[in-house]
Design a protein. Structure first.
Length: 459
């Protein structure tokens, strides 16, 4: 019994001694006093501190495997306390605007500690609040806003999906432009929608298919057919036929872009049926889609008979205000190429001009990426002393001012005046005879109406 009592006393004494030593050990400075640096990145077997009759480690391998050979003050010194790792859990994923983020563990050289934090991609976003606020605050003559359709998309996505015009080849750029009558004097403002009511096609939505080369071509062609046929043909033309069936387009996937001269060549050679006959799908599928033949007198959707409308060869208009104005006012809308930078996607109202805000180094990602787009010019005017062109875009009627935008006129802003093109409707002899009869009938009615008015005045 006496021996057992001595054993119990010895055990208690040993426990108190060990616990005291251990407690004292955890309050000692090891990593904290290490020279020349407290903690080491990665796994470093030389990153040690003497501890009693051995060594303990202060390398970041301890953050992953907090082993018994790591110094007692490792967490407090190298990890800024054990709670810092709770910022995120390894493998967690989230998004920040258009950027994807994943929780990782990395060394922070400032605090010389390992931290768990979200690591995000560094893309410029189409909807960038900082860019939008800078544009609106610095008063560039136009306002900017975000759009739901661009949510979660990068600027690279925007250029890939929503543009799609490859610059014309050199021989096309050298084409001699149409001349303008010397006695032409443009009015201060003009809108083709007012002169040719119901004949000008509204803004189309190309969707997630870089088909502006096709949208602008089909849009101008449909407008010209409506104007030159005096309203007998006023349907929009099939964008899908141009995307799916044109073998002239340089890309194997026309949803990744095409050239305007190739689109006009297709309209000259094969022509287009109506949008109602051959509806657009590539904006949703993001693919070329199968080319359906309309030669068997049947539309792909089987609800109408196909009628093919062709155009004459494309011609260029000189790159000056007066020539462009004359062409629009006398013959109808024209096609223009525009260089698109990061700020154009956020256009809301006003007269757009490149703001240079995308070049601000404080913005996240590279906002200076650019691409070429094609649009339809339908008029001009002056707003708050600023001359502008009135243009129709192809991002739906929710974008801009019901799908249209104003852009600075006379300064070739964003290359808007550098390449202007159009073509004539290729009317058949039957169409021309019918139009001639309609014109003669109109003149007879007008003359008869004038005689009746004169006769009534005489009475």
């Amino acid at each position: 019994m006496e021996n057992r009592s001595w054993i119990l006393v010895a055990a208690i004494y040993y426990c108190v001694l060990v616990c005291s030593v251990t407690s004292h050990d955890h309050t000692q400075d090891y990593c904290r006093t290490r020279q020349p640096e407290q903690c080491c990145s990665g796994r470093d077997d030389k990153c040690t501190v003497p501890r009693r009759d051995t060594y303990c480690y202060c390398d970041m391998f301890c953050a992953i495997h907090l082993a018994v050979d790591c110094c007692p003050d490792f967490e407090a010194t190298c990890m800024e306390g054990p709670g810092s790792l709770e910022e995120c859990s390894m493998g967690d994923k989230t998004t920040e605007a258009c950027n994807k983020c994943e929780c990782i563990q990395k060394y922070d050289p400032v605090s010389r500690s390992m931290k768990r934090t979200f690591n995000c991609t560094d893309h410029a976003c189409l909807n960038d609040d900082v860019l939008i606020n800078n544009i609106n605050r610095n008063q560039h003559g136009w306002s900017a806003r975000s759009y739901d359709r661009f949510s979660g998309l990068t600027l690279e996505d925007g250029i890939s999906y929503f543009l799609g015009t490859h610059y014309p080849k050199s021989h096309v750029m050298k084409q001699y432009p149409m001349s303008t009558p010397k006695d032409y004097s443009p009015s201060s403002q003009f809108d083709a929608r007012q002169k040719w009511r119901s004949l000008i096609q509204p803004a189309f939505d190309q969707g997630r298919c870089a088909s502006s080369w096709a949208v602008s071509t089909a849009g101008v062609a449909a407008d010209r057919w409506g104007i030159e046929s005096r309203g007998q043909y006023r349907d929009s033309l099939s964008l899908q036929q141009l995307v799916s069936c044109s073998s002239f387009i340089m890309s194997t996937n026309p949803c990744r872009g095409g050239r305007l001269e190739d689109a006009w060549w297709y309209l000259k050679k094969d022509g287009l049926v109506s949008e109602k006959c051959y509806p657009y799908m590539s904006g949703v599928t993001e693919k070329k889609e199968i080319c359906y033949s309309t030669c068997n007198d049947e539309c792909p959707n089987k609800i109408a008979k196909p009628f093919t409308q062709k155009m004459t060869p494309m011609y260029r208009i000189a790159s000056n205000e007066r020539s462009i104005q004359y062409e629009i006012e006398n013959n109808g809308p024209v096609q223009a190429i525009i260089k698109v930078r990061g700020d154009f996607f956020q256009y809301d109202r006003g007269v757009y001009s490149y703001s240079a805000e995308p070049e601000n180094p404080q913005l996240k990602g590279n906002h200076t990426l650019e691409g070429y787009h094609s649009v339809k010019l339908i008029g001009w005017g002056v707003l708050n002393g600023e001359k502008y062109w009135l243009a129709v875009n192809s991002w739906g009627q929710e974008w801009g001012d019901e799908g249209t935008f104003k852009i600075q006129r006379g300064a070739n802003d964003s290359d808007i005046e550098k390449f202007i093109a159009a073509a004539w409707a290729r009317l058949s002899h039957h169409d021309l005879r019918r139009l001639s009869r309609a014109a003669n009938l109109h003149r007879r009615r007008h003359t008869l109406g004038s005689l009746v008015r004169v006769d009534n005045k005489g009475a």
